[in-house]
Design a protein around this ligand. Structure first.
Ligand code: NAD
Length: 278
């Protein structure tokens, strides 16, 4: 049986490990051809080796997404090697230290903004003519619940991720008529960067899991990759401009505590004259 992405060409930034690697593996299993755009050469080559074992064609393209020239070359290499680009996954982001608002430096801001919204914007501009000419294209960007809720200690990252959501909505509106669909994923996944954070602060990691109705971290390939596959496949052809929170329900926030009612109370008329209903 043909895969759901049979023959499609996908560029995935930051696909040398973590969520990007998981998406690359998932797309490979569905027949896609892949560009592994990653600044750590050894990671890119390792992933290309894994993808070859899955029977997929994949090329490593050394890319620092903070570099405008690299981003342009990433798309050029994809077109040169595979002839087109059907799917762009803007996954890479360089992280800065978690420190209070007042200690954030301008350098940290620039790293977050240049590798977040600026890289996403540049990659989208670079790929646009190819997708427009083809009359179709899929773009998947990466946001974060941190931005949505104003998480402490990551103000630069939060701002960069909310800017990406704004780019997604604007491009969805402008490029929908060209057949280009643009959506975002705000993930929660056990990637190496998450595992390192959780190992440094196990209590916080345990508390983090408790915020999720589905009380585990997502798997990069099966859980995040599955939704990234949906966003790249024909099944999502009427969906654009969204952010999907793929985080086990953490986006719902903590539930407000309630005392369980006696099931019989609803039968009492005075139940409905409760002060909170007045
Ligand atoms: N893991 C989570 O729970 C989580 C939560 C919210 C958002 N995200 C987002 O998901 C995406 C992937 O995160 P992850 O957890 O897999 O991270 P990760 O650090 O495990 O993997 C990121 C990959 O991107 C590469 N990379 C970093 N900077 C780069 C650059 N300038 N140029 C090219 N490659 C670069 C890294 O080398 C690495 O291979 C990011 O956009 C992140 O903000 C992740």
């Amino acid at each position: 049986m043909a895969g759901r992405l049979e023959g499609k060409v996908a560029i995935i930034t930051g696909s040398g490990q973590g969520i990007g690697r998981g998406i690359a593996r998932r797309y490979a299993r569905e027949g896609a051809r892949l560009v592994i755009a990653e600044w750590k050469q050894h990671r890119a080559e390792r992933v290309c080796g894994e993808l070859a074992e899955l029977g997929a064609e994949a090329i490593p393209v050394p890319t620092d997404i903070s570099d405008r020239g690299d981003v342009g070359r990433m798309v050029e290499e994809a077109v040169k090697h595979f002839g087109t680009v059907d799917i762009l996954v803007n996954n890479a982001q360089t992280f800065t230290p978690n420190v209070p608002f007042e200690e954030k430096t301008e350098e940290m801001w620039w790293v977050s903004l240049v590798t977040g919204p600026m890289a996403t914007f540049r990659a989208m501009q670079a790929v646009y003519p190819v997708m427009k000419q083809a009359g179709e294209g899929r773009i998947v960007c990466f946001a974060s619940l941190n931005g949505e809720v104003g998480q402490r200690l990551t103000v630069d990252y939060n701002a960069s991720k909310e800017a990406i959501r704004s780019i997604v909505k604007t491009a969805a509106r402008e490029w929908g008529p060209d057949g280009i669909l643009v959506n975002a994923i705000a993930p929660g996944a056990a990637s190496p960067v998450y595992e390192a954070w959780a190992a440094r602060q196990p209590e916080m990691a345990a508390a983090n899991l408790k915020t999720k109705p589905i009380q585990r971290m997502g798997d990069p390939e099966e859980d995040i990759g599955g939704v990234a596959l949906f966003l790249a496949s024909d099944d999502s052809r009427y969906l654009t401009g969204h952010t999907l929170f793929v985080d086990g329900g953490a986006w719902l926030g903590p539930s407000r505590e309630r005392v369980k009612d006696d099931p019989e109370t609803w039968k009492r008329p005075d139940r409905f004259r409760n002060a909170s209903f007045d």
